[in-house]
Ligand binder design. Structure first.
Ligand code: F6P
Length: 504
């Protein structure tokens, strides 16, 4: 049977830029979700027929969207349909609702004496989020109407919480309102790449908004999360906020698998955990390329034979870069023996600069990095190297050289850095990992777990990691790499598709 799959996400696998001569140049979209879905789709093989629906994010994307008749193609050959959503709607839905409200809520980032504030302006933002989700549901329903059945739909992330319900309603309408008597035209999955918030925090949302988001996801046949903790918080919200009927089955091991069912408005949604790891073979192959080797040589020359503490992140509030820098400062203050012996490589790449909090956070990271350099630097020792320009091959080179990898998010759906680092590390790296990352569920046994708010504990863990005996570091590093490799994107995506059945 042909495997017909539709993917829907805000950011797509390709984005366009205008060249100097006005031509359109495509490049691969970034981020963990894109990497997971793209690699997962590749593993399906040629018999799968896939269309990926995404938003046009830039003027160049919009030009492509307007000129598309049957879809453009990304670099890997996946047909992509870009939606030209009106810029005003897109800005409110993406920047204000998804990034400034839902992201902050799900990662528990609000500075609550002043935030959030749900006023009349927010109601306009919310109306835009509805329109944005409608645009996706409409495009998905159109695609569903053209096929000959066997369709599975994978809707990604917090941008598209309402789309599953909106799509289900449209599919029912396509059947003339007789969904109970005829097979629906598609099986629908929703996957959230972020954490989920517990009910007490979630209830900060206006009641109608909080209910609509949950009801929207419950339009799916299956709701997926990276970790059991997030799936469990989602079910808690369904019970507390909607009064839905929740049955918990729990997970036998670290996943993947179902953890419960939510029955609401006569429909059952299975809630499941699918941890996302890395394609270790492909990653190692990429790291052997000349550009990565050249960066490794340059980094080694800058650091000399000193030990390296590496971090690689988007400059993202949830990544907790500032407390990470404070912990490094505390390490150098309380353990002067490391002065001159260690270099902290901090790769903090630009993200979401349309959101004011992100711009302020970026300034804070730069300021703190400068202060550490001024406080401890000497004529022949730079304690910290901060790089703010995104450079994927340089990141891979840093993983290869790392003695210690610092991953200390306040909260994180999964975290790929914590998995890519050990896979590429040449001598085995010690991983200092926040217990609030989804990846802690799978990596806890071999990482040094920390409370991300505790700067002193983080400094202590950096010290333990630096002085870890070689044999222990190698053993832990190998175990971390093996765990990361055990949930490759093909398994992650394939497991979700299998759970949706053959499609309807
Ligand atoms: O769910 C998190 C996520 O979608 C990741 O895939 C990615 O790292 C990040 O958010 C990308 O965010 P944006 O598309 O806003 O840059």
């Amino acid at each position: 049977m042909s495997q017909r799959v539709l993917v829907a996400s805000n950011r797509g696998p390709v984005s366009y830029q205008f060249g100097a001569d006005g031509s359109l140049n495509g490049s691969r979209g970034g981020g963990g979700m894109i990497a997971g879905v793209t690699d997962g789709l590749a593993a399906l093989g040629p018999e799968a027929s896939v269309t990926w629906i995404c938003a046009a994010l830039s003027d160049a994307d919009r030009a492509v969207a307007r000129s598309q008749e049957t879809g453009s193609h990304d670099e890997g050959g996946i047909p992509v349909r870009m939606l030209d959503i009106a810029p005003g709607i897109f800005d409110r839905a993406y920047n204000r609702v998804a990034n400034s409200t839902l992201w902050f809520l799900l990662h528990q980032l609000f500075d609550t004496p002043g935030q959030p504030r749900f006023d009349r302006e927010f109601r306009r933002d919310w109306a835009a989020y509805l329109a944005y989700n409608e645009a996706f549901a409409e495009a998905l329903a159109q695609e569903a109407a053209t096929g000959d059945g066997g369709l599975r739909v994978l809707i990604q992330d917090y941008h598209l919480c309402l789309a599953p319900r909106m799509l289900r309603d449209r599919l029912r309408d396509q059947l003339g309102g007789h969904a109970g008597e005829a097979r629906p035209a598609a099986a629908i999955g929703h996957f959230c790449h972020t954490p989920w918030a517990p009910p007490d925090y979630y209830r900060m949302l206006p009641d109608q908004v909080g209910r609509a988001l949950l009801d929207g996801i419950l339009g799916a046949d299956r709701a997926g999360f990276h970790a059991e903790r997030w799936a469990s918080a989602f079910m808690d919200c369904c019970a507390a906020v909607l009064g839905a009927d929740v049955t918990r089955t729990g997970l036998a091991g670290p996943g993947p698998g179902p953890v419960g069912r939510v029955t609401y408005r006569g429909h059952v949604t299975e809630v499941a955990v699918h941890p996302l790891g890395v394609d270790a073979a492909a990653l190692r192959e990429r790291a052997r390329a000349g550009d990565v080797r050249a960066h490794a040589g340059a980094l080694r020359r800058s650091a000399g034979d000193r030990k390296l503490i590496v971090r690689v992140d988007r400059t993202e509030l949830s990544k907790n870069i500032v407390r990470g820098l404070e912990a490094y400062r505390e390490l150098l203050t309380t353990r002067p023996q490391w002065r001159g012996q260690v270099v902290h490589l901090v790769f903090a790449y630009p993200s979401r600069s349309a959101v004011p909090e992100y711009r302020a956070y970026t300034d804070l990271v730069r300021q703190l990095a400068l202060e550490i350099t001024e406080e401890f630097g000497t004529a022949d020792w730079d304690p910290l190297i901060l790089e703010v320009k995104d450079d994927y091959p340089r990141s891979l080179a840093a993983y290869a050289l790392a003695d210690v990898l610092l991953v200390n998010p306040i909260r994180d759906g999964m975290n790929l850095v914590a998995q890519e680092g050990p896979v590429l590390s040449e001598r085995g790296c010690a991983l200092v990992l926040s217990r609030e990352a989804g990846a802690a569920a799978t990596l806890a046994a071999d990482a040094l777990l920390i409370n991300p708010y505790d700067v002193t504990e983080t400094a202590d863990a950096l010290h333990r990691a630096l002085e870890m005996p070689d044999a222990e570091r190698r053993r832990r590093g190998a175990a971390l790499a093996a765990t990361a490799a055990s949930d490759p994107p093909g398994r992650w995506l394939g497991g979700q598709l299998a759970s949706l059945g053959p499609g309807s």
